[in-house]
Design a protein around this ligand. Structure first.
Ligand code: GLA
Length: 347
């Protein structure tokens, strides 16, 4: 059964009546542009065919009841439990969206929700953003709120940062909201301007493999916050608003060797995104392979967010003939991606 069918059937089984509707948001794979979003830089994610589906119906009082297929539990909360952090665990992402919408002045009403998902958790494929964005879409429609599409990523991100307490950037929620089939989402994380760039490797006889190392990324939250602080410190030392504004020659002015490496990753990674976008616009998917591999090396050596499992996955893919491979997502575990000839998928 699809996540859609499971959510819908789960709702009827759990709440005893059919849902008003189902809302969905996809997981994402970031092709290139890692740890650049919170530096006002560029990213290029695309949506996966796997999605999180929320079956939902409105209720009259301001209470929310959520059943998660994955957690096999129901969590309920009322308006008095909307202080950031009050609801913990997976349901915190749901409560966070309610909080975020209300915080922005939207009069979101109570609801019953059932969540089913095919996006793996902890794999760096943004299961949390998919959950936030699907819940946001459901609640907005059920309460007839006119929440502009372009405003939704920020509201979902706010839920994650301020309610759940994960200091994430804007990429994942934007991808889960705006990506289109057959396209990468080229996003400028400073202006939030975006372009749908055609991305269909199959035309060139290629495939993008998603390789789940299944290695836990438990270090990720703490180390992620450390990387953010280091990037801010590097920008401050250089006297720029964000590392987006630093040039390759600026980096040499940083005395601290760690900050220099962090900054070099961000500056070179932004360039790689622009170069990949240029090549995709020119219809030359096959030539982006070395840029993807260079991204991995930079994340491994300069940003230091890879892991032995991710390095092994990338090396194995390249050894088996991939034309490019890299870790994807925040790092320390989760998934790698590889661009391979369609005839080399098995290898
Ligand atoms: C996580 C965050 C994103 C982004 C990536 C790294 O997925 O949620 O905002 O920073 O890590 O590129």
């Amino acid at each position: 059964m699809s996540a859609h069918e499971r959510a819908s059937a789960g709702f009827a089984a759990w709440f005893g009546s059919p849902p008003t509707g189902c809302w969905a948001a996809p997981g994402r794979l970031n092709l290139v542009g890692e740890h650049t979003d919170y530096n006002d830089g560029f990213v290029l994610p695309f949506a996966l065919a796997r999605r999180t589906v929320v079956a939902a119906a409105a209720v009259h009082e301001p209470r929310w009841a959520v059943w998660s297929e994955r957690a096999a539990e129901t969590v309920e909360f009322g308006i008095d439990q909307l202080a950031p952090g009050a609801v913990e665990g997976w349901a915190g992402y749901v409560a966070g969206v309610v909080w975020s919408l209300r915080n922005a002045g939207y009069d979101v009403g109570g609801a019953r929700l059932v969540v089913s998902s095919d996006v793996p958790v902890g794999a760096g494929l943004s299961s949390s953003a998919a959950l936030e964005c699907a819940v946001l879409a459901a609640l907005a429609d059920l309460s007839s709120l006119d929440v502009p599409l372009d405003e939704r990523p920020r509201l979902a991100q706010q839920a994650e940062i301020d309610y759940v307490g994960v200091p994430c950037g804007i990429m994942d929620q934007t991808a889960a909201t705006l990506c289109r089939p057959g396209h990468g989402l080229f996003l400028d994380c400073r202006t939030l301007a975006y372009e749908h760039v055609a991305l269909d490797p199959t035309i060139d006889g290629l495939a993008v493999l998603v390789i789940d190392t299944r290695a836990s990324h438990r270090l990720v939250t703490g180390e992620y916050a450390v990387r953010r602080r280091q990037c801010e410190a590097a920008a401050t030392a250089l006297g720029v608003r964000a590392l987006r504004d630093a040039s390759p020659t600026d980096i040499d002015r940083l005395d601290d060797a760690v900050l220099r490496r962090r900054a070099r990753h961000v500056v070179t990674e932004n360039d790689r995104v622009l170069e990949v976008v240029a090549r995709l616009r020119a219809g030359d998917v096959a030539s982006i392979g070395p840029l993807l591999t260079a991204s991995h090396e930079s994340l491994r050596d300069d940003f230091e967010v890879s892991s032995p499992e991710l390095d092994a996955a990338v090396d194995a893919a390249l050894g088996a003939g991939a034309i490019g491979a890299r870790m994807t997502g925040a790092g320390f575990g989760g998934c790698a991606l590889a661009l391979v000839g369609a005839d080399r998928v098995g290898a």
